[in-house]
Design a protein around this ligand. Structure first.
Ligand SMILES: [Zn+2]
Length: 129
């Protein structure tokens, strides 16, 4: 991870049991694609997500596996709940029944604070500290 990755919007990491990791970056301009490692190290493309899809398809066909993919400014994989999510999460939204997610520092016109937020109807409730 370099400190100079402001230009990168999204990164894909591909692993292979017999080869080194390939990293694919999509730049924030939405079309510049850069490949690091593997047979195409240094490869440039300007095809955006379409080019990424093709590269991912090509590498997975060659035995690579997408180990992780994440927005660069939020470099935690999203398949795990954040470790600092507090207890007391509502089972589901009381309004529409959709899942509720933790929204730290949620901001409304009235106040800002940690909140539960519905992924469906955007029902929200601030946590009582
Ligand atoms: Zn809801």
């Amino acid at each position: 991870m370099t400190t100079n990755d402001d230009h990168v919007q999204h990164t894909w990491n591909l692993t292979h049991p017999d080869s080194s990791t390939i990293t694919i970056d999509l730049w924030t301009d939405g079309y510049s694609v850069r490949v690091h490692g593997g047979p195409d190290d240094g490869h440039d493309d300007e095809g955006g997500r379409q080019a990424i899809e093709e590269l991912l398809e090509k590498y997975t066909a060659a035995g690579y596996r997408v180990a992780s993919s994440y927005p660069v400014n939020d470099p935690e994989p999203h398949d795990e709940a954040p470790a600092d999510e507090p207890d007391g999460k509502p089972e589901k939204c009381p309004e529409c029944g959709d899942p509720v997610e933790y929204a730290p520092k949620h901001c409304t016109d009235l106040r800002e604070g940690d909140a539960w937020l519905c992924t469906g109807c955007r029902w929200g409730e601030f946590l009582v500290a």
